[in-house]
Design a protein around this ligand. Structure first.
Ligand SMILES: Cc1cc2nc3c(=O)[nH]c(=O)nc-3n(C[C@H](O)[C@H](O)[C@H](O)COP(=O)(O)OP(=O)(O)OC[C@H]3O[C@@H](n4cnc5c(N)ncnc54)[C@H](O)[C@@H]3O)c2cc1C
Length: 442
């Protein structure tokens, strides 16, 4: 009996990869892409896998988190990555591409696959079996359908991301652990409280405010202008509204006694734990539009963060994304239908490579499910598996999109002090584990 076709919604990076993986596994795929009949605010062509902004897939070095993720995807066989390799232009150690050659490459390969049919239409309902990979600019009607199915608070339309720094780059001689009035506690944090606190003297606060208000901001596309509402106001915007605004807002020092001085500091910036293992710490209330070099310069003025290693930078974008830990299964499907999966930026990953990678795994998993096998996720020693773990286990109350970074990955069994050597060892283990996993599940 012929099997019904599978619907992949969204012919972007994730959807193109997912459709290819399914087709290569013998499934007939209807790939629904609305561009051609309805545009988005950022895409300019109707080709599959258009890059909406920069033309780089970032580093190729495996000691870099993005480089490692790509190396893992090469083990799995990614059509998007192969097309990126074929479109490469000089970019040092980064995989930089000619965007037209790249998207034409993906477009031609996917559309000429005998098992893929591209349908130009806006999908407005959730398919089963199917994969929804409609990205950060998911059309309103489909976003509404997702919200109806998952709950109103399950889908955000903007992200307002604060930077995240690595725990082992925070100076413990300055930062102290405490909870405001002894009330901010968390499982596993002990009596000392859940937050790390960076104490400012008056002079430090004044210089910080000067730097923050004078720093260079990123000006996004017009459609990307976010209406600032409570909880998403950029820190630099707050600082511009008045020199004391932050000190009476996210930087208020009340109820936090610095054990070294025995007093309240003039201002405090709090860091909140982002992951279970406590390797990633978020600058509370510091969502920002500062340019990346400015974030490095300004946020390293924070006492205790002078040598901060940024695992992700702050940003504020228009971005539709699902609160995956609150709403989806570990393989990113509906909880009441394992054959309706989500992939790409919509799931709360961030970036070209990350989006593509979840498309690949979604294709593999839907094929397995249709063949009566359980879905699979790479181990958390790999960058891709660690991203999936984040989507599964992050705190739903503070869930924010995430890019590949080493803070997500399981630590090595023994401590390695040298950062470069540590990353090389992590990468070596990740690639070996990915190869073994793939041999098992492919
Ligand atoms: C303006 C902007 C700039 C970005 N810049 C970068 C960057 O420089 N580097 C980086 O790594 N990441 C960037 N990102 C983040 C992200 O990596 C990209 O958006 C990436 O394209 C996401 O891949 P995706 O497959 O999830 O979504 P997309 O590539 O956007 O693909 C989704 C597709 O679904 C289609 N679609 C939407 N709704 C429907 C519907 N109802 N029915 C049918 N089709 C539909 C869209 O037309 C689109 O083709 C940017 C995001 C935005 C919005």
């Amino acid at each position: 009996m012929p099997t019904p076709p599978i619907h992949v919604v969204g012919g972007g990076l994730a959807g193109s990869e997912a459709a290819w993986q399914l087709a290569e596994r013998g499934h007939d795929v209807l790939l629904h892409e609305m561009r051609g009949v309805r545009g988005t605010a950022a895409h300019k062509t109707d080709r599959l896998a258009e890059l909406v902004c920069s033309n780089t897939f970032k580093s190729t070095e495996t000691s870099n988190a993005h480089g490692l993720l790509k190396a893992e995807m090469r083990v799995l066989g990614s059509v998007v990555l192969e097309s990126a390799d074929a479109a490469r232009v000089p970019g040092g150690s980064a995989l930089t591409v000619d965007r037209d050659v790249f998207s034409s490459g993906v477009h031609d390969r996917v559309t000429s696959h005998p098992r893929v049919t591209v349908v130009r239409e806006e999908v407005v309902a959730l398919p089963s079996p199917g994969i929804i990979a409609t990205g950060p600019l998911t059309s309103d009607a489909l976003a509404e359908a997702v919200r109806e199915r998952l709950g109103m608070s399950s889908l955000a339309f903007y992200d307002a991301i604060a930077p995240i720094v690595a725990r082992d780059s925070i100076d413990d001689a300055i930062v102290f652990r405490a909870s405001r009035y002894g009330k901010e506690t968390m499982d596993g944090a002990g009596d000392d409280g859940a937050y790390l606190n960076c104490p400012f003297t008056r002079e430090q606060y004044e210089s910080f405010i000067d730097a923050l208000t004078e720093a260079d901001q990123h000006h996004g596309h017009e459609f990307d202008e976010v209406p600032y509402f409570e909880g998403c106001m950029p820190a630099e915007e707050m600082a511009k509204r008045g020199r004391e605004t932050l000190r009476f807002g996210p930087m208020k020092p009340v109820g936090l006694r610095d054990p070294r001085t025995g007093h309240e500091a003039y201002a405090i910036l709090q860091l909140r734990q982002e992951d279970r293992a406590g390797r990633m710490w978020n600058l509370v209330g510091f969502q920002t539009r500062l340019r990346i070099p400015e974030q490095q310069r300004v946020f390293r003025l924070i006492p205790g963060l002078e040598n901060a290693e940024f695992l992700r930078y702050g940003s504020i974008h228009r971005n539709s994304y699902i609160n995956s830990p609150a709403s989806l299964t570990p393989h990113l499907s509906l909880r009441d239908d394992p054959a309706t999966l989500f992939a790409g930026q919509l799931t709360g990953v961030e970036g070209y490579t990350e989006s593509t990678a979840t498309g690949l795994v979604a294709g593999v998993n839907l094929s397995r499910i249709l063949n009566g096998k359980p879905p699979v996720i790479p181990p958390p020693t790999t960058m891709l598996g660690a991203l999936y773990r984040y989507l599964r286990e992050a705190d739903p109350a503070h869930f924010q999109p995430m890019n590949a970074n080493f803070g997500l990955v399981d630590d090595l069994p023994s401590r390695v002090k040298d950062k470069r050597i540590k990353r090389e060892k992590l990468a070596e283990r990740a690639l070996a584990d990915m190869a073994a996993w793939w041999d098992d599940v492919r």
